[in-house]
Design a protein around this ligand. Structure first.
Ligand SMILES: *Cc1c(COP(=O)(O)O)cnc(C)c1O
Length: 427
C-alpha cells in the first residue's frame, strides 16, 4: 500500500524496514489466528460473567466517602471472581499497583513465625524489598516472616527435590511468579504452574499458593486460579485493565484468603465494606471487557518483535517460534547504546510524548538504573506499548503492550529504524 509506505516514511520508518517486517509477518499468519481464537474464548468468558451478574448502568455510578453498599464495586468483584473461577475477588482503585496487590496478598496471609517460599527463584525486583530480601522498612522480614527460595534448574525447570526439602513446618505460603519479570528465564504456562502447585500441596496440603499473574491474564484460556492457586494477583494497568483502568489491582481467590486481603487493605473489621469507587467503575468494567482483545494485540506485537530481532542475531526470550504465556518480549541487545536506541524507537511511535527521548535513570524499588520508553495515556501503564529494562548485563530490553496490534507493529519497526540510524545493525 503506497499511502501507508508514504505515511510511515514521513513518520520515520524507511521502506526497507517496512519490507523486512512484512516478510516476517508472512510467516506468522497461523500463529496470529491461534491468538485470535484464544481472544474469542476469553471475550466470551468475560461477557458471560458480565451477563450473569447483570451489569447495568447502575454499576457505573460514582461513590464517595466510605463507599458503603457500593453495588458497582461489589458487582465488579463478582465479575472478576467468575472470570477467574474463584469464590471471591478484591478489585480496587485503592490498590495502587501490582506490587501493592502482591503486598496485600502476602501480608494479609502471613503472620510472624511463618515462612514464605519461592520455588521459582528470585522474585520480581520490587518484591525483594517487600519480602526483605533487600532490607527495607516494613518488609515482611521486619515483621518476623522468614523467606526461603529454591532456584530453577539450569534448564529453567522446577527443582522438585530442592522444593521438597525446602517445605517445612513453618512454610505457610508459596509464591509463584508466572512471568519472567526482569529475568531471562522462561515464563511458565498455567499448566506448568498447576503441576508445581499440585506437587507442593501433595507435600503440604494446607499450604497457601499465591501466583503473581502480572502480564499473564488472558494469554491462555485458563488462569492460575483454574489450577489450584489460592490467590491470583495482578495489576489493572497491565492486562486486565484493558488500557482503560487508570489505576488498580486485583486479587482473586478463596473466600478465606480474600477476606483477609480486604482487612489488610482497609482495616480489621472493615474489610471489603469500605472503599469508594470515585467514579472509576466505567473504566474498570469497560477495560476488563476490552482486555482479551487488547492482550491479543500485545501478544502479536511480542511475537513480531522476536521475529524481527532474532534473525538479526539478538537472543529473544521467548524465541521467535516458542509458545507464549505472557505478553513480555525480552530482547538481549548487548549494550546500553542499543537499549537506548530501541527505547527511542518505541517512544517515537507513541501517541503521547512521542517527542520525548528516554534516558536511563534511578527508580524506586529497583537496584540498578532503568530505562523506560512509554508514551501512554495512563502513566506507567505497561499494557500500553512500552519498553524498559535495567541497565545491567545482558542489557536486555523488556518490550510489552500495545493497545492495538498496529501500534505495536509501528513501535517495533521504529525501534529497528533507530537501531539502524545509530549504526548498531544492518538489514
Ligand atoms: C509489573 C510486575 C509486578 C509489579 O507491578 P507494579 O504495578 O509495577 O508494581 C510484579 N511482578 C511482575 C512479574 C510484574 O511484571
Amino acid at each position: 500500500m503506497e499511502e501507508l509506505l508514504e505515511l510511515y516514511s514521513v513518520m520515520g520508518v524507511s521502506p526497507a524496514v517496512y519490507q523486512y517486517g512484512e516478510e516476517a509477518l508472512k510467516r506468522l499468519e497461523s500463529r496470529f489466528s491461534e491468538i485470535d481464537k484464544i481472544a474469542e474464548y476469553n471475550q466470551a468468558k468475560v461477557l458471560a460473567a458480565m451477563q450473569k451478574n447483570h451489569v447495568s448502568a447502575a454499576c457505573f455510578a460514582a461513590t464517595t466517602g466510605y463507599g458503603y453498599d457500593d453495588m458497582g464495586r461489589d458487582n465488579l468483584e463478582r465479575v472478576y471472581a467468575d472470570v477467574f473461577h474463584t469464590e471471591s475477588a478484591l478489585v480496587r482503585p485503592q490498590i495502587t499497583c501490582g506490587t501493592h496487590a502482591l503486598t496485600v496478598a502476602l501480608s494479609a496471609n502471613l503472620l510472624p513465625g511463618d515462612e514464605l517460599l519461592s520455588p521459582v527463584g528470585l522474585p520480581y525486583d520490587t518484591l525483594q524489598e517487600v519480602i526483605g530480601i533487600r532490607p527495607s522498612p516494613c518488609s515482611l522480614a521486619e515483621y518476623g516472616v522468614s523467606y526461603r527460595q529454591v532456584d530453577l534448574l539450569e534448564d529453567g525447570s522446577f527443582d522438585y527435590e530442592g522444593i521438597r526439602s525446602a517445605i517445612n513446618e513453618k512454610t505457610k505460603l508459596i509464591t509463584i511468579q508466572r512471568s519472567k519479570g526482569y529475568a531471562t528465564r522462561p515464563t511458565f504456562s498455567v499448566t506448568q504452574i498447576g503441576e508445581l502447585i499440585a506437587f507442593c500441596k501433595k507435600i503440604k496440603p494446607d499450604v497457601l499458593v499465591m501466583v503473581d499473574n502480572c502480564y499473564g491474564e488472558f494469554v491462555e484460556t485458563i488462569e492460575p486460579s483454574d489450577v489450584g492457586a489460592d490467590m491470583t494477583v495482578g495489576s489493572l494497568i497491565k492486562n486486565p485493565g484493558g488500557g482503560l483502568a487508570p489505576i488498580g489491582g486485583y486479587i482473586a481467590g478463596t473466600k478465606a484468603c480474600i477476606d483477609r486481603c480486604g482487612y489488610r487493605l482497609s482495616a480489621p473489621g472493615l474489610g471489603q465494606e469500605v472503599g469508594a469507587n470515585l467514579g472509576l467503575m466505567p473504566a474498570l468494567y469497560q477495560g476488563f471487557f476490552l482486555a482479551p482483545t487488547v492482550v491479543a494485540g500485545a501478544e502479536k506485537g511480542a511475537i513480531f518483535a522476536a521475529n524481527l530481532y532474532e534473525p538479526l542475531g539478538f537472543p529473544c526470550f521467548p524465541n521467535a517460534t516458542e509458545n507464549r504465556h505472557d505478553i513480555i518480549q525480552a530482547v538481549e541487545l548487548g549494550s546500553e547504546a542499543a537499549m537506548v536506541a530501541f527505547c527511542k524507537g518505541i517512544q517515537a511511535a507513541a501517541p503521547v510524548d512521542s517527542f520525548a527521548s528516554p534516558i536511563p535513570g534511578d527508580m524506586p524499588g529497583y537496584d540498578s538504573q532503568v530505562i523506560m520508553a512509554a508514551g501512554a495515556f495512563v502513566q506507567g501503564s505497561s499494557i500500553e506499548l512500552s519498553a524498559d529494562g535495567p541497565i545491567r548485563p545482558p542489557y536486555a530490553v523488556y518490550f510489552q503492550g500495545g493497545l492495538t496490534w498496529y501500534h505495536a507493529k509501528l513501535g517495533i519497526l521504529m525501534s529497528l529504524q533507530k537501531m539502524i540510524d545509530a549504526d548498531l545493525i544492518q538489514l
